[in-house]
Design a protein around this ligand. Sequence first.
Ligand code: UDP
Length: 470
Amino acid sequence: MGTIVLYPAPAMGHLISMVELGKFIIKHHPSYSITVLTLTNSFNTGSITSYVRHISATIPAITFHHLPDIPLDLDAYPSTEAVIFDLIGRSIHNVAAALGSISPIALVIDLFCTSAMAAAGTLGIPVYYFITSGACALVEILYFPTLDRDYPGSFRDMNRLIYSPGMPPIPSAEMPTPVLDRNSTDYSDFLLLSNYLPKSAGIIVNTFDSMEPKPIKAIRDGLCVQGQPTPPLYCIGPLLADGGRGDGDGNDECLKWLDLQPRGSVVYLCFGSEGVFSCDQLKEIAKGLEMSGHRFLWVVRRPPNIITNKEDWMSLLLPDGFLERTKDKGIVVKDWAPQVNVLSHESIGGFVTHCGWNSVLEATRAGVPMVAWPLYAEQKVNKIVMVEEMKMALPVEVSEDGKVAAVEVERRVRQLMDSEEGRMVREVVKGKKVDAARAMSDDGSSRVALSMLVESWQPTKALMTRECLF
Ligand code: UDP
């Protein structure tokens, strides 16, 4: 029936989500084939290469087309977002050449890959966006041109509430990191892509209808895009990688430790692929965990300013004697834990998370209640929706010095594990777990959305889409 080309941003989280989309398509519509365009550079080569090798070996219906390397001076960019935008922008001719040789019936792009729209347009290929975050983040992107018009100045300095359709009010300083400073290149890049989204043939989101009903309704009702129609919205999540017991990288130790703990007794703390804290903040977390008296599994990444040749850098960062005193209660894992397996382990009773969207969906699928401690990107927006609308998480309060104090860590861990508020959050998340499974079942909302998406690729529908677009 044809090839669908997927073009993810060159970052692991985005690539994994996009490949899960490809797997979902071919599982239910096996007559399609999938080609994924990959871009590597020195900042991402290692992880992407080994992941691509693994998928190529296990799923033959998904092939990878590696775009030619572009030399970059990584030190010359103000942010990771800026590196990614530039790498993608400079690959535009290579994308056009790839699309010309593959001749797909549709191109699905990551938000960051907007520059590929022009190449697909010249070839008459309909373009769909795939949003790897939730519908709440999508509202803020679609509505951004209106916010840009209505709120002059930088969100960072405004000190007021920002109102968007279907969303609770967001304190201006908690808007997504790239749009905080009106004078930054990230701000203008995001404004540009916000203007392009409505020109696509459809927007696919990694969420499900009953996860975020208000933002989804606001988008479908056309309240977020001004002056032009909103493309069809396809909520086809949760699309998540399977864990599979034992990833063979040495972190299986923590799963063995979990096997020995009582059911629902352990708090898991992990802050995504990039979350790092200062030494002072790490010490506050350690003290808070110890004071809470609860069992814990904590993933700690080395702070960037700590340079040491010592293999046990962790003991240098944590309070004296902490590891020894808590050895019967907790385990600290360096850098990376097999999160999907951890969250689905029956000993886990709560999750302190940075609110990255994959982590939120993984906790939902596993039915684990959360404490929301957002750090970067759109995570503060996610946190507000998770706490105020979905009621799936308790918030942490940040002190005036920008840190979360030990007493606050202790309070929130106890609240999550012991209190009536924690019990209520747990009940809500259990319900959402059932909803997530239902959405992915035969007649579930995500499966229906996938069928509608695939139907839009049929020759007659696709022709109409092209005529609308060009
Ligand atoms: N992850 C993991 N182990 C870790 C940290 C992260 O397996 O120690 C995985 C996690 O399961 C999720 C992804 O990395 O699938 C992180 O994605 P998310 O959207 O939550 O946050 P990001 O890293 O993009 O900020």
